[in-house]
Ligand binder design. Structure first.
Ligand code: ATP
Length: 449
C-alpha cells in the first residue's frame, strides 16, 4: 500500500467505523475541524489516560492541572504570542489561494519567493508581499466588541501552567525539580491546515512543564527526551522504525534546545512523511521571567534548605492528543489477504482499543443469543468495554470487529451449551482458544493490561 493511500484509507475507515467524522458534515463540512465518533472518543481517551497515568499517577514529582482556556490578555503579551506567534502568509495573485511562504520555500527547495510555484494553479513567481499573520483566534468578552475586551482562545496549554507555578508548588508542597501536567484544548488559526487530524484549527494537547534548577536543565532535557521516546514506543506500541527524534536547527525565541518526536505517517505529511507528534523544549527561565515582569509578581522558587531563590528553568514536553491518536491509528492499520479476500485490521494495543471484546452467538437459536447476551453484560459490568453482535455470518461479524480494532472475539456455540466453554478469537493471529466461561475475565485481563 502506498503511503499516500494510507491517509485516504484511514479517513474512510474512521468514518465507516465511527472513529472520526468531518465536523458539520450535513452543512457541507467545516474545513479542518473533526469530530470523534463512538470509537474515536474512546481511543483518544485511552491515549490521554495512558499519558496521565505515566506522567501524573505513576510519579511523585508531577502534579496535574486543568487551567481555563480563556486567560487574562496580558498573558499572551508576556508569552510573546501577540508579537511572535505569526507565520508569513503569501497569496497567489492568480488564484488567490493563501500559503505559508516558509513552507513553500522549504518544500520547493527555492532560494527566493520569485522561484515559488503556486501548488494550486501552477503560476510561478506571482505572489503578494509576505504578511505576518497571527495564529491566535481572537474574540471579545462581554457585549461590547471593544479592543479593551479582547480575549484569545489559547494556542497552547502551557501558559496556564506557568501562571499557576507557585499555586501548584505551594499547595502541593513540591520541591524543584518537579513538573505540572495538563491536557486540554488549544486553538490555532493555521494558514494551511490539513492531512486529516494532523493539522487542525482546534486540537488537544498533553503538556508537561518540568521546573528545574538552572544548570541542571541540559541533563533534564536529555532525560525527558529519552523518556518521551520510550513512552511512544513502549506504552503506545508505535513501531520503533517509524519513530525518530529530530533536533531543531532553528530555535524559537524562548528555547535553548529543542527537538521533536516524529512519526512516519507517509504521504504529504511533514518532512517526506515524517511528522512531529511531540515537541521537547528547554524553555530556560524565559516564561517565568516574562510573567514576573508583566505581572509585577515575584515568581521565584525559594529553596529554604539551601538558602537560595531563583527562577527555575523549564523543560517542556508537548504532545498533541489528536496527532498521537492519528499516529496510533496509522501504526495499527493493516491489510492482509485471507482466503482470497482483503482483511482490514486495526492492530491496536488491547490497552488502547476502544472495545475489548465482541461477543457473538454462533447462531440465533438454541439459547445461544441469551447466553452470549449474559456474557456481554457481565463483561461490561466488570468494566470491560464489550460489543454484542448477532447479525450476519460469523465471519462477517469477526471482520467488522477486526476493522474496529477489537482485540478479542468471544463466540458462544453448541459446545458452550454443553460444557460452558467459549471460543476466544485473537484479532491479529485469528487463532482461537477454548476457555471456560469462569476463566474468561482473568484470561482477558491478563491480555488487556
Ligand atoms: P508544527 O510545526 O507541526 O506546526 P508546532 O511545532 O507548532 O507544530 P508545538 O507548538 O510544539 O507544535 O505543539 C506541540 C504539539 O501540539 C505538536 O507536537 C502537535 O502534536 C500538536 N499540534 C500543534 N499544532 C497542531 C495543529 N494545528 N493540529 C493538531 N495538533 C497540533
Amino acid at each position: 500500500m502506498a503511503d499516500t493511500e494510507l491517509m485516504d484509507k484511514l479517513v474512510s475507515l474512521a468514518k465507516r467505523r465511527g472513529y472520526v467524522f468531518q465536523s458539520s458534515e450535513i452543512y457541507g463540512g467545516a474545513a479542518s475541524v473533526w469530530d470523534y465518533g463512538p470509537l474515536g472518543v474512546e481511543l483518544k481517551r485511552n491515549v490521554k489516560e495512558a499519558w496521565w497515568k505515566s506522567m501524573v499517577h505513576e510519579r511523585d514529582d508531577i502534579e496535574g492541572l486543568d487551567a481555563a482556556i480563556l486567560m487574562h490578555p496580558r498573558v499572551w503579551e508576556a508569552s510573546g504570542h501577540v508579537s511572535h506567534f505569526t507565520d508569513p502568509l503569501v497569496e497567489c495573485l492568480n488564484c488567490h489561494r493563501r500559503f505559508r511562504e516558509d513552507t513553500l520555500l522549504s518544500e520547493q527547495g527555492a532560494g527566493s519567493p520569485a522561484e515559488l510555484q503556486c501548488p494550486s494553479c501552477g503560476t510561478r513567481g506571482k505572489w503578494t508581499e509576505p504578511r505576518q499573520f497571527n495564529l491566535m483566534f481572537k474574540t471579545f468578552k462581554g457585549p461590547a466588541e471593544d479592543s479593551a475586551e479582547i480575549v484569545y482562545l489559547r494556542p497552547e496549554t502551557a501558559q496556564g501552567i506557568y501562571v499557576n507555578f507557585l499555586n501548584v508548588q505551594q499547595s502541593a508542597r513540591q520541591k524543584v525539580p518537579f513538573g505540572i501536567a495538563q491536557v486540554g484544548k488549544a486553538f490555532r488559526n493555521e494558514i494551511t491546515p490539513g492531512n486529516f487530524t494532523f493539522r487542525t484549527l482546534e486540537f488537544e494537547q498533553m503538556e508537561m512543564q518540568f521546573f528545574v534548577k538552572p544548570g541542571t536543565d541540559a541533563e533534564w532535557f536529555e532525560r525527558w527526551r529519552e523518556q518521551r521516546l520510550a513512552w511512544h514506543r513502549e506504552v503506545l506500541g508505535l513501531a520503533p522504525d517509524r519513530l525518530r527524534y529530530h533536533p531543531h536547527e532553528k530555535l524559537a525565541h524562548y528555547a535553548s534546545a529543542a527537538g521533536d518526536v516524529e512519526f512516519f505517517f507517509g504521504g504529504s505529511i511533514g518532512d517526506e512523511g515524517w511528522g512531529e507528534i511531540e515537541g521537547i523544549h528547554n524553555r530556560t527561565d524565559y516564561d517565568l521571567g516574562r510573567h514576573q515582569e508583566y505581572s509585577g509578581k515575584r515568581l521565584e522558587y525559594i529553596d529554604a534548605a539551601a538558602g537560595e531563590r531563583y527562577l527555575p528553568y523549564i523543560i517542556e514536553t508537548s504532545a498533541g492528543a489528536d496527532r498521537v491518536t492519528l499516529a496510533v491509528l496509522a501504526n495499527a492499520y493493516r491489510e492482509e489477504e485471507v482466503e482470497g479476500e482483503t482483511r482490514v485490521v486495526l492492530s491496536l494495543r488491547p490497552s488502547l482499543a476502544p472495545l475489548k471484546t465482541g461477543v457473538f452467538p454462533l447462531v440465533k437459536k438454541d439459547g445461544m443469543p441469551e447466553r452470549a447476551g449474559r456474557i456481554h453484560e457481565a463483561l461490561r459490568a466488570r468494566g470491560i468495554p464489550s460489543f454484542y453482535d448477532e447479525s450476519g455470518a460469523i465471519g462477517r461479524r469477526y471482520r467488522r470487529q477486526d476493522e474496529a480494532g477489537t482485540p478479542f472475539g468471544i463466540t458462544v456455540d453448541g459446545e458452550t451449551m454443553e460444557n460452558g466453554t467459549v471460543t476466544v478469537r485473537e484479532r491479529d493471529t485469528m487463532a482461537q482458544a477454548r476457555i471456560g466461561q469462569d476463566q474468561l475475565e482473568a484470561y482477558l485481563r491478563e491480555r488487556i493490561g
